[in-house]
Ligand binder design. Structure first.
Ligand code: ATP
Length: 902
């Protein structure tokens, strides 16, 4: 735990110059907790201290008074600051780090009352992190900005960057698309103006998670002039002309660069020239679908149980970032998908090669992040060595790929990029640096022995003092012919020569008196200094300093060499990540028996023995087998589109699993992965929609049913013939007849107007009649078997419609009380008879109101024999002695307790 630091500037009395400095810096950084550097601590004052002490669980103390009130204070030691920062940022705080910009001794020269100059050197927010231990291990850490123009329709500009890697993107989006894109990017921090925030809220584009990650800034940051100025400053090169972007995009990108530059306080942010995100080549997955399919996290917000967690086998952080990116934005062009599949196929075919590559990759450091830290002047020797190791590893990987031969185009181009790695740079770096260099340059000790002669000499002097002294001592002893001569050291004299008193006289005389200066006479000895010793003294004192200077110079040269090849090295980092993703998918395919899907431009969707990767892993863990199922939604233009499968079956029968597994298979195929099935043929899908009926969105003030209808409307308005639509129990959130009617009309519209490939799970058995009039509707059902009155789920999809729901049986499995189940059975029988309709007599009633649902008393619960009563009944009071009475009382109590326990 942090304690109160003892400082030279130990008090903060009211209205001192230091306090004035504090207030000035604090006012210039509103909304940030101010980490105010005082010696070896960062200190926080006033409200900041209260917030931080509470959040970090550290001691809140007082330091001086302001306007008669105690000043609250807490502090964190410099060496542990990173940890505290991490926790504060994780809790959604923003921190301004204020450093001492001069030595306190310098300040004292200006007068005893002058304050050490301080300034904020960095604003730390969730989106502007670059330190490894603050960053997420496996995902990207995006900072995003949104700008807005209103010309008739709303148009949003989106810019986002992972500043730890420099990766930057822009997109121009409609109100409809911006929410989905934000959900896909899932930024750690979203910077916007209040006006844009309101527009996003109106467009339902701010998912609940994003609300907590907003940084509201002045709209001026987004103004065209300011944005253009900022862009010119951030991208001064000749190939970087921002005028090619629409105005709204320039504004977002300019604001992004401005925000980053401000947070890093003047050090070049080193963002890469942005890639324009063309959504037309991508499979569009909207926000609700992402949530419902649990691609990157489950609906409860956990990574475990998500598709990514189940299928990601990458071994590097950069690979994991690319994997998530590809999963969040699969492709929608058959040629590009097949190119990726060719690469995975090659990897899956040659597992020996794959495993060798993966072993090498695993030992490869995170090049992209090391480069960014170096560019931001925040990198240390360890980052330099990481660059060296990564480059060396790239060369080895290129050779392995080269030797394997017969590479598909994608892998050949990866191999080519890897082979172009700057070999000399890697050699220089690895030769210059020690094997395990420290993170920071601060303490030196990172340049390897033998790399620089001057450095070695300084070090020899510093660390090999003993040997130097010993040889000097031997020389002086022989020159003076005094065997007992010793070189010693103390705090007063420093290094000195000591000889027994008897020999001391000799040194006071010629020829030694010129070189030996007498300093002390002791009882038995005399002490002298020599010029040589004094020189040695100061050289030793300087040696460490000089050694550090030399190391820093070499560090700066090496850093410059690295940054000189920044673009090439970043390309190399991309190639390493791509190889990791490819081999991870190859390994996954082999381990999990996934197959290469056939992907083309048809309207096919035919999967045989498909499996749900996440549920399969789960049931396997429980020792069960997953039941694979076929699906065929294939259609053609001439038929009017794809098929729509109506899936009926009992609750818990596996409908949702079946529906989702098909969407997941499509997404995996289009990201370029093999799929969990025996075979799969998929005509490229442009959008996938997945909705589950009735999930509340209380955060947005919309009722269950309203959410369902808004989402259904979105599907009906946006789905095209190439889309895949998955609807799970739409219409269940309202009265039966309304729900049925809406589900009915939705199925008709999907079939007649959209013609998309669709899966529709429902409990409305009435819908199954639709297949008679709509040719591309196919009825299927989840099979069950009844066994001794219990229902057994087979999880198998078969043709036809379910005859019943088995809801009551499922309720029994869930432990509903017996009387409720019995009553439910009665009501169900009544309703089923009534639904059989015409054959029943008038008297049974024809409207719902007639149902005697609540008029009926539940059947009396069966009377259980109570052991206490049984015991009481057995007692004949006249026959009982006082002793027996006491025993009986004990017996009664015991029986009652036993009955309670059972
Ligand atoms: N193909 C399968 N093989 C093995 N187990 C399965 C399979 N499909 C589903 N299950 C198991 O059955 C459980 C219920 O499945 P699911 O949620 O898909 O049922 P459902 O029919 O959608 O139920 P409800 O209508 O109540 O939502 C799953 O959690 C899983 O454990």
């Amino acid at each position: 735990m942090a304690s109160t630091p003892a400082q030279s500037e130990s008090a903060l009395p009211a209205l001192t110059p230091m306090m004035a400095q504090f207030f000035e810096i604090k006012a210039a950084n509103p909304g940030y907790l101010l980490f105010y550097r005082m010696g070896d601590f960062y200190e926080l004052f006033f409200e900041d201290a209260e917030i931080a002490a509470e959040a970090l669980g550290i001691v809140l103390t007082k330091r001086g008074k302001h306007l008669g009130q105690d000043i609250a204070m807490c502090g964190v030691p410099i060496h542990a600051a990173q940890d505290y920062l991490k926790r504060l940022i994780g809790l959604g705080h923003r921190v301004a780090v204020c450093e001492q910009m001069e030595d306190p001794a310098e300040a004292r020269k200006r007068g005893s009352k002058s304050v050490v100059r301080r300034d904020v050197v960095r604003l730390v927010t969730a989106g502007t992190l670059t330190e490894d231990d603050l960053l997420p291990q496996r995902g990207a850490n995006y900072l995003a900005t949104v700008s807005l123009v209103r010309h008739g329709e709303l148009e949003f500009g989106l810019a986002w960057a992972d500043i730890s890697t420099g990766d930057t993107h822009v997109a121009c989006l409609s109100a409809e698309a911006v929410g989905n894109e934000l959900a896909r990017i899932d930024p750690a921090e979203l910077v916007l103006s209040e006006a844009t925030r309101l527009a996003l809220v109106e467009a339902h584009a701010l998912g609940s998670g994003l609300n907590e990650r907003l940084s509201l800034v002045d709209a001026a940051l987004f103004e065209s002039d300011e944005a253009t100025r900022q862009l010119r400053q951030s991208y001064p090169g000749p190939d970087t002309d921002a005028s090619a972007f629409p105005r709204v995009v320039r504004s977002a990108l300019g604001a992004l660069c401005g925000y980053v530059a401000d947070s890093q306080k003047g050090v070049a942010p080193a963002l890469r020239w942005p890639e324009t995100e063309a959504t037309d080549g991508l499979l569009l997955i909207d926000q609700a679908t992402r949530g419902s399919l649990e691609l990157l996290e489950t609906q409860r917000g956990s990574e475990i149980g998500s598709l990514r967690h189940t299928i990601d086998r990458t071994v590097t952080a950069a690979g994991a970032r690319l994997f998530s990116q590809r999963l969040a934005a699969p492709l929608a062009r058959a040629d590009l998908i097949n190119a990726r599949l060719d690469m995975v196929a090659r990897s899956a075919k040659d597992l020996l090669l794959t495993d060798r590559l993966r072993a090498d990759l695993k030992a490869t450091p995170d090049l992209a992040r090391a480069l960014t830290r170096l560019a931001l002047e925040r990198g240390g020797p360890r980052d330099l060595r990481s660059v060296g190791k990564a480059v060396a590893s790239a060369i080895v990987l290129a050779e392995r790929l080269h030797q394997a031969g017969d590479l598909p185009q994608g892998l050949a181009s990866v191999a080519e990029k890897l082979a172009a790695a700057p070999r000399q740079l890697a050699e220089d770096l690895l030769a210059a640096l020690v094997e395990e260099p420290p993170m920071m340059t601060r303490d030196g000790g990172f340049i390897a022995k033998g790399h620089d002669e001057a450095l070695d000499a300084e070090r020899a002097l510093g660390s090999e003092t003993r040997a130097v002294i010993a040889s000097l001592q031997a020389r002086l002893a022989s020159e003076t012919d005094t065997k007992a001569l010793k070189i010693k050291h103390n705090g007063v004299l420093g290094f000195f020569v000591e000889v027994p008193s008897a020999q001391g006289q000799k040194l006071l005389e010629e020829p030694h008196r010129d070189s030996f200066v007498h300093r002390q006479t002791m009882a038995n000895a005399m002490r002298f200094t020599t010029r040589e010793l004094a020189d040695l003294e100061s050289r030793i004192a300087n040696a460490q300093h000089n050694a550090l200077e030399i190391e820093l110079r070499i560090f700066a040269e090496l850093r410059k060499a690295v940054l000189g090849g920044l673009d090439q090295l970043r390309g190399l980092a991309d190639a390493l990540a791509e190889l990791d993703v490819t081999t991870a998918l190859g390994r996954l395919a082999a381990n999990e028996s996934h197959v290469r899907p056939k992907v083309d431009d048809s309207l096919s969707f035919e999967i045989s023995a498909g499996r749900h990767p996440v549920v399969e892993a789960m049931v396997r863990k429980d020792g069960h087998a997953f039941v694979a199922n076929d699906v065929d939604l294939s259609g053609s233009e001439s038929e009017g589109g794809g098929r729509l499968w109506l899936v009926t079956g009992p609750n818990m029968g596996g409908k949702s699993t079946f529906l989702r597994q098909n969407a997941l298979i499509a997404i995996m195929a289009q990201m370029g992965a093999f799929v969990p099935a025996d075979s799969a043929h998929i005509g490229v899908i442009d959008r996938v929609f997945s909705r589950v009926g009735a999930s509340d969105d209380i955060a947005h003030g919309r009722s269950t049913f309203m959410v369902e209808m808004v989402e259904t409307a979105a599907i009906l308005n946006r789905a095209t013939r190439r889309s895949l639509v998955i609807l799970d129990e739409i219409g269940r959130g309202t009265a039966t007849f309304d729900g049925l009617s809406i589900a009915w009309a939705t199925v008709e519209s999907l079939h007649e107007t959209t013609g998309c490939r669709a899966l529709f799970a429902t409990h409305f058995h009435e819908l199954t009649a639709l297949h008679k009039s709509l040719s591309r509707i196919v009825n299927v059902t989840m099979k069950v078997r009844e066994w001794e009155g219990e229902v057994v789920f087979l999880h198998e999809v078969g043709r036809g419609a379910a005859d019943r729901s088995y809801g009551v049986q499922v309720a029994r499995l869930a432990g509903l009380p017996e009387p409720v189940l019995t009553r439910a059975r009665q009501v169900l029988d009544f309703l089923e008879q009534r639904a059989a309709g015409a054959t029943l007599s008038e008297g049974t009633g024809t409207v719902l109101d007639d149902l005697p649902l609540f008029a009926h008393q539940p059947p009396p619960a069966p009377v259980k024999t109570d052991p206490v009563y049984t015991l009481l009944d057995s007692i004949r009071p006249d026959d009982v002695t006082p002793k027996m009475a006491i025993d009986l009382l004990y017996e009664l109590k015991k029986t009652r307790d036993a009955a309670r326990r059972s």
